[in-house]
Design a protein around this ligand. Sequence first.
Ligand code: ATP
Length: 319
Amino acid sequence: MAAEALLEVADLSKDYGPVRAVDRVSFTVHRGEIVGLLGPNGAGKSTAMRVLVGYQVPSGGAVHLAGGEVFREGARVKRSLGYLPENMPLYPEMRVDEYLAMVGRLKRLDARALPAALTRVRTMLDLEAMWRRPCGQLSRGYRQRVGLAQCLIADPPLLVLDEPTSGLDPNQIAELRRLLEHWRAQKGILLSTHILAEALLLCDRVLILSRGRLVASGSPKAFAGRDAAAPVATVVTIRGGRGRPLESFRGAEEPLTERQEGDGGLWRIEGRLARAGRLALMAYLAERGWDVVEWNAGLSALEEMFRRVTLESAPPGED
Ligand code: ATP
């Protein structure tokens, strides 16, 4: 893993009156990794994100980004991150292109850089069809894409995404996962989710928050403990590739089955895979242009861990 720290959060706290929503939370996000902020409803995920990106004033602690300290240095530093809030506020009458141009100017892109940046995000997030529509007419999926476009307009090294898959359909989730994998190579990504399967699929590391406190952190594999090495029942639904999906796949520990589902180009792969096999299958499918529509794998050990630490609110654990 690259050692460059893009985000360093130290002892961050946030009080709303008598409620301590975030309680002395510390962690780091490096370039090249996706870190998942997990926790039950009300755990403090959104608050932690709002504070660490500088949208709200903290009650204590410090946050360093590539360019400096967020609360002391303000706007200049904030340009080195892209933030997707939980509910993306958009001006309903403003067209998508106008809105993104405005964000680009706010992020100090000059008149020469702005057109290229707009073209880049329009293509990357497939916004052509909605480009000149008012934001108020967008579906949930397109609102989310416009939200991601505004994160990426100035090509920042760090992305902070609050529940980026919430409200998206399975195809949109698969597409977003592909984009996240793509961005991971050059950036650091912090995302929040309460979907454990998503964290296992996407994240190199997860941080579990409970009642504002960081109660555990580590790789999803470490959470799953020794069970991670044991194969678990896995069902994957895919589409969009050519030929038979498993034609040349050699990464499974045990034989897998594949069968076509109806006539819509969907295939279902089933079998028992350990973590290495799951990762190999993911990479294999992505390389051959298959879109993962749904991915189900036995998660009992991680689920168990999540339940235990969030119910107990134990002191922070390490990898
Ligand atoms: P969810 O998964 O439901 O979005 P979360 O983990 O993001 O939850 P937060 O929304 O950060 O949790 O809430 C953490 C705590 O802070 C909760 O007790 C919540 O009621 C409280 N809280 C959040 N925002 C405010 C606010 N503006 N004023 C007062 N209390 C707030």
